[in-house]
Ligand binder design. Structure first.
Ligand SMILES: [Zn+2]
Length: 742
């Protein structure tokens, strides 16, 4: 990123922030995010963070000490080639002889040191050790000594733990964390010098109205704590930023105290995620040398690619830093059967997708006295294969040319209480369409739109990225000017970074369309008519695959827009809603106006596609095959270059293309399954052979082409810079690896 660009972005964002929040916490948060470059990592590259490829986590329950078989776990960790372990030390319950009177010792501890002994066993095997604490609950003794450390609900009452009423919920933003948990972390560091401390549930259990939160919020903002969830309520808007500020201050404090005792250690927060996550991912990157994505399994409507999505979301700001993917061996459900075990194939599919998309596997087991043993050989099989092929998982970069943008600020300030529908669902729709289209892609954080972050990409997708600052819009304009392409939907750029609506899209000049002052919501029985280009008398490639339809269904919501150039050809025109009942009324009205359903433009060397409808969100809702093709065609037309990879054959495959030091890999994860959208899968359903054409990075010479799951070489043909081959049937996860000669 050029220094002039950096100054420009920094200056604009600060100016914009200052307008809304003069002298408040908000400017500090965003200023810190933009001002500092790179992680606060005094230990530098020599440290241990990038070493562990496979993680084991054993979370003790209180009656484990004296009742579990330590050697069983040490043998298992060795057998699965785990390089690092996360072991419960303290917080809610101490599993070591703590000297802190307010920290509850396990009633089963006696004169043992459960944490210390297990840690010593792991260390003897050369493993790195992360000590786990939990900050969200405390026993009665803490309540009695410091009633002000307890979380207080909106009615002013201290909150008992909803699951175990012998405990209380703690306030995350006050002295319980800043003072007491700091002393716990310091004691653990002094006694054991672990490589890091990881804290579960350190960010609170919802709004807290305790004395400290009320006083601190008032001191920072002059306001009372919000009672509304609406992000346009001034107190709520300030709170969204202030809470992050407090948690990042806490993170920095713990980092500093930990590093004062072991300079090569750090604080590892349980934090991060996609648009709906609450802490700014760009700031997280500045604090974290490595991180784990805590997404333990799926429940409800959730495809297995959701795990790979975690990897992409973290990587968007964390770059090539090591990111682990924490998975549970148990059923993840709101009814929380914590001692359960998942179907083996469900674990396999979830973890395979994460590994394909760059996550290092990290299994988690609660309760050191295993009841159901069925998961043990499943995790061993996954870890064994990962271990044998470890060098092919040390990725240097993704070769994807398409970036799917996500925006936390859009979720916080525009989405608010409807963030799931308005922000998450458009992304999920586009994600599914790209997986079905077998187009490899990365995710891009909206606060990383600088040249350095965007350099790998030809096309950026903006799935209703509604809230964008002037500076972010300027970055997108610059991206297109320099030959990049953009595909955007619905209200993208219609709001500023604080969720305040503009008079017109910030990207109106890219879209070739202006906001006409209203939304059409919950439309019924509206369509998109296909139009031939009068200049060629042919259909545009945007409608490839459904040219014979005449028309397809429209989105459910759309923005009314005015074209900049009324004469511009549009391959889709909107058939406005007409009655869907009584049946006699279901006919198109003759005087209807047919406005463009899509705007396609060449801008400089780039291309822009803008859909006024929420086609992506509607796709997630309805899963119309026509919408899937339309989204795919839009990305293909915009990208306008030979693809990095084509994979032809039946089935749904999540794919990824990576480059390592001396090799490249193509991951093919077979998600084809009757339980793809809602697990658990009953069995893996193999797909038939796939025909592959893969572009090799310039300057690389092929030495060998082989498959890591089949563990065999594969015949191939070189044609210019591409390699063509066919895979045999794929069960779950195949990796085509191309070794390069030195
Ligand atoms: Zn509080």
């Amino acid at each position: 990123m050029s220094s002039s660009r950096r100054e420009f972005v920094k200056g604009s964002a600060l100016a914009a922030t200052a307008c809304v929040f003069p002298g408040s916490a908000a400017s500090n948060l965003f200023a810190a995010g933009l001002a500092s470059q790179g992680p606060e990592d005094p230990a530098g590259k020599s440290s241990w963070y990038d070493r562990p490829m496979r993680w084991a986590q054993l979370a003790f329950v209180e009656d484990d000490p004296g009742n579990y078989d330590q050697q069983f776990w040490l043998d298992y960790f060795r057998a699965v080639h785990a390089d690092a372990a996360c072991l419960t030390a303290g917080g809610v319950v101490a599993f070591y002889p703590t000297g802190l009177p307010l920290q509850k010792r396990s009633a089963w501890l006696g004169n043992r040191d459960a944490f210390g002994d297990l840690m010593a066993g792991c260390r003897a095997m050369g493993m790195n050790i992360v000590a786990r604490t939990d900050a969200h609950a405390c026993w009665q003794k803490v309540y009695d000594a410091h009633p002000d450390w307890i979380r207080v609900d909106a009615g002013g009452q201290p909150v008992r733990h909803p699951s175990d009423p012998e405990y209380w919920e703690t306030c995350a933003l006050g002295p319980y964390n800043f003072e007491f948990m700091t002393s716990v972390h310091e004691e653990i560091m002094r006694k054991y010098k672990p490589d890091a401390i990881f804290t579960n549930r350190w960010a609170g259990s919802g709004m807290c109205y305790c004395r400290h939160c009320r006083e601190n919020f008032r001191a920072a903002t002059g306001l009372d704590l919000p009672r509304s969830g609406n992000p346009q309520d001034p107190a709520r808007k300030q709170y969204i930023v202030w809470r992050q500020q407090r948690l990042f201050d806490l993170w920095r404090l713990w980092n500093e105290k930990i590093r004062a005792i072991n300079a090569d250690a750090f604080y590892m927060a349980n934090a991060g995620g996609g648009a709906l996550s609450e802490l700014d991912m760009k700031t997280i990157n500045e604090l974290a040398p490595t991180l784990v994505a805590d997404r333990q399994g799926r429940r409800g409507l959730m495809p297995p690619w959701t795990n790979g999505k975690n990897g992409k979301e973290y990587r968007a700001t964390m770059g090539s830093k090591a990111i682990a993917g924490m998975f549970s061996v148990g059923i993840e459900d709101e009814h929380r059967w914590k001692d359960s075990v998942q179907s083996g194939d469900e674990i396999r599919m979830w973890v395979a997708d994460g590994m394909a998309q760059g996550l290092r596997p990290w299994f988690i087991k609660f309760n050191a006295k295993p009841i159901d043993h069925r998961w043990l050989p499943v995790v061993k099989e996954i870890f064994d294969w990962h271990h044998v092929n470890e060098k092919y998982f040390r990725n240097l970069r993704s070769l994807a040319r398409v970036g799917l943008v996500y925006s936390q600020q859009s979720a916080w300030f525009y989405g608010g209480e409807q963030a799931r529908e308005k922000i998450d669902e458009p992304t999920l729709g586009f994600y599914e369409a790209l997986v079905e289209a077998r187009i490899p892609f990365e995710m891009v954080h909206d606060r990383c739109l600088d040249q350095e972050h965007l350099a790998p990409f030809r096309t950026l997708i903006l799935p209703n990225i509604a809230a964008l600052s002037d500076a972010q819009c300027a970055s997108l304009h610059a991206f297109v000017r320099q030959g990049g392409s953009v595909v955007a939907t619905f209200e993208t750029s219609l709001y500023d970074e604080w969720g305040v609506r503009r008079n017109d899209f910030g990207l109106a000049s890219l879209f070739g369309a202006s906001y006409a002052g209203r939304l059409e919501e919950n439309m019924r029985n509206s369509y998109l008519n296909l139009e031939k280009d009068p200049a060629t008398n042919a259909y545009h490639s945007l409608v490839r695959g459904f040219e014979d339809s005449g028309r397809i269904i429209n989105a459910v919501n759309q923005v009314s827009v005015t074209p900049t150039d009324e004469s511009q050809f549009a391959p889709l025109r909107i058939e406005p809603s007409y009655p869907d009942l009584p049946m006699e009324s279901v006919y198109m009205r003759p005087n209807a106006r047919h406005r463009p359903g899509v705007y396609l433009r060449n801008v400089g060397a780039g291309r822009v596609v803008y859909f006024p409808g929420d086609i992506d969100r509607t796709f997630w809702d309805v899963l119309s095959t026509d919408h899937g093709k339309l989204l795919r065609n839009a990305v293909v037309w915009a990208t306008n270059e030979a693809p990095v990879v084509t994979v032809e054959g039946r089935g749904i495959l999540d794919i990824a293309v990576w480059e390592q030091k001396d090799s490249m890999t193509l991951h093919l994860v077979n998600l084809t399954n009757p339980m793809m959208m809602k697990g658990p899968v009953r069995e893996i359903v193999p797909v038939s052979e796939q025909k592959i054409s893969l572009r090799v990075p310039a300057g690389r010479r092929i030495q060998r082409v082989h498959m890591l799951a089949a563990a065999t070489d594969v015949p191939y043909r070189s044609e210019g810079d591409t390699v063509a081959l066919e895979t045999p049937s794929i069960a779950l996860h195949e990796v085509v690896a191309i070794d390069f000669s030195a």
